[in-house]
Every structure is written in C-alpha cells, then in structure tokens.
Design a binder for this molecule. Sequence first.
Ligand SMILES: NC(=O)c1ccc[n+]([C@@H]2O[C@H](COP(=O)([O-])OP(=O)(O)OC[C@H]3O[C@@H](n4cnc5c(N)ncnc54)[C@H](O)[C@@H]3O)[C@@H](O)[C@H]2O)c1
Length: 343
Amino acid sequence: MSDHIRRPATLITGANGEMGHGLIEQLAKEGEHAIIGLDVHPLDDVIAEKCAATITGDILEPRLLERLQSEYEIHTVYHLAALLSTRAEFTPEAAHRVNVEGTMNLLKLAIEQSRWHGAPVRFMFPSSIAVYGLPDGKEKRKLGRIREEEYNFPTTMYGCNKMYCEHLGRYYSQHYRQLAADTLIGGIDFRCIRFPGLISAVTLPSGGTSDYAPEMLHAAAQGKPYSCFVREDVRIPFMAMPDAIKALLLLHEAPREKLTRSVYNITSFNPSAGEIRAIALKAFPSVDIRFSPDDKRQAIVDSWPADVDDSSARRDWSWSPDLDLDAAFQEYLIPEIHQRYSR
Ligand SMILES: NC(=O)c1ccc[n+]([C@@H]2O[C@H](COP(=O)([O-])OP(=O)(O)OC[C@H]3O[C@@H](n4cnc5c(N)ncnc54)[C@H](O)[C@@H]3O)[C@@H](O)[C@H]2O)c1
C-alpha cells in the first residue's frame, strides 16, 4: 500500500489533456495536494511524476470507480475529462456517455466519498461558452456581453451536455435525494466555470471549435500554411491557459459564503479571427494564413457570444485575468510557442 492511500487527495480526471497539464503543474508547485491523475490515455511523464498516483482508465468503467472509492480519500475533484465540441458533434451518443454519464459517475463517487470521510467534496467542473445558443451571427453582433442566465439554448451536443451537467452539479449539491430520510444535501460543493476558448502554448488543441486560434499560432510557428475554418470577422472570448488554471484555483479557494451562484462566466479578451491572424503574422511574418470558412463550423461559432459578462466572478471571488490580449500573446504564447518549435 503506497503512502497516498488514505491521505486526503485531489482527483483530476482528463489529467492528460491541455487543462490537466497546466493544473497539475500548478497544484504540484503548491505542494499541498496528493494528486491522483486519471485519464483514458497514459499520462505524459512530465506530469505523471508530479502525481502521487496515476490511473489509466475510462470514467465510464464501473470497476475503476469502485477502485477509486475503496483506495482513496478524495476531498476535491477536478472533473476535466470530456469529449470536446467538434468530436462530440461527430459522435453525439458517445459524447453523451462520456460528458453526461461520466460526470454522473464522478458526482456519485464524490457523494459517497463525502459520506465516508464526513466532509463536503469540492467538485470543480469546467463548462463552456458552448452552453449559449444565439440565434445567428447578425443578432450576435448586436448583443453586448451575455450574462450567465441568457440565451441558454445550446445548438451542439457538447453544449447540451455541459448545460445539463451544470444542472446536475447544482442538483447533487443542493437537492440530492431531497425526499429520502437520510438526505445527503451538502455532500458536494459544486463549483463551475464557463470557460471561453482556451489557448495553450504547451499542448496542441484537439477537437474544440475554438481551436482555430491556437491552431493558427502553432501552425505559424512551424512555418506551415493554415486554412482557418471560420470567417475573419468572427469574434468569441478567449483566455490564455495560465489564467484558466488561475481561475480554477481561485474559485476552489473561495469561501463558500461568498459564492452567490454555482456557475460563473469568466473572460479575458475577444479578438476577431482576423486580429489573431495579424498577431500571428507579426510574430511569424512569412507564413500563409487564409480564411476558408466551413459553413457548419461557422454556424456553431455564430451561436456563441462575442463576449460574456463575468462581473459575478469578479465580485464573488475576485476574478481578474493576469494576461490581457497583448500580454497573452507577447509574453506567454509567442515566446513559448517559438521556443517549443525551435528546439
Ligand atoms: N480547451 C478549451 O478551449 C475548453 C474551453 C471550455 C471548456 N473546456 C473544458 O475543460 C476540460 C478540459 O479541456 P481540455 O482542453 O484539457 O481538453 P482535452 O481534450 O485536451 O482533455 C480532455 C482529456 O479527457 C480525457 N478523456 C476523454 N474521455 C475520457 C474518459 N472516458 N475517461 C477518462 N478520460 C477521458 C482525454 O484523454 C483527454 O486527455 C473539458 O471538460 C472541456 O470541456 C475546455
């Protein structure tokens, strides 16, 4: 039996993904947590060595969940495992299984953990601007910043999955088995962030609809031509990955009594695709970046807001990004991506 067993632990699902990499780096720096990293793919060595335990397995696998239940004392879950928006649209039923049933499995695990060790389990859930469904691009341009409760009519399977999981999290934390004699309300402390498109310098994006921004940069740094699948004038909110990790940790640490909602918007900057191209060209002048919009993917991006209102997060848990557009590109993305491909 190794030393992480029965030590208070933090479980990260989807640990080998873009966000998992950044989160594990940061949690390991803080050093307080015995990190259990779980992913359907083996964890990269660089993050595996920072975990007290790594598990390769599927969150839909009952035996894996039983093992987690019996071997670990889990106080926080960062439930990052998901099939992202583009992939989910090709395999909607599989997306439902991973994104919804997988989340149910983790919520259930968290409730049982809480019953077992007697403290609420903090359940951190990354939702997405994909939960919004604006009527069309014309309407989108007229609207200002969108609040959490507006336009909740997702047009993608991924958006529907995230929206429902936001409700499941609220149900499990505030109403779970409300009619039972041994009601377990309060076993889960569910905290959710609706992330904008995320751009990481460290990992390559895979399967998201906002991927055109990071793909453009990563292609430019390698001197490869890039054909962008949305129109030049399209605009959605983005954030650099270090700020996404900062937000998860800030919300995790926020005193419960300060939180006025279970789901929060956050944002940092919202350049058009053309503006991102201009930044990429300034850093990598000889590259060929063109726009050849795919009508179907364009329609999905047109249903997402050009900007979101994150005033609740700013008020309740002092959210503010460290990296604005200029700093994100000039101080983080371009130098790191440059270095990555010049090695
Ligand atoms: N990247 C973004 O722009 C963005 C924006 C908003 C929200 N999010 C959300 O943040 C979370 C993390 O996103 P990411 O960018 O790191 O995605 P990612 O695709 O890089 O990582 C997801 C990870 O989940 C794992 N996974 C998938 N199915 C699994 C299963 N059945 N069992 C175990 N592991 C499984 C994958 O192997 C992958 O490593 C996701 O929930 C995503 O929906 C991401």
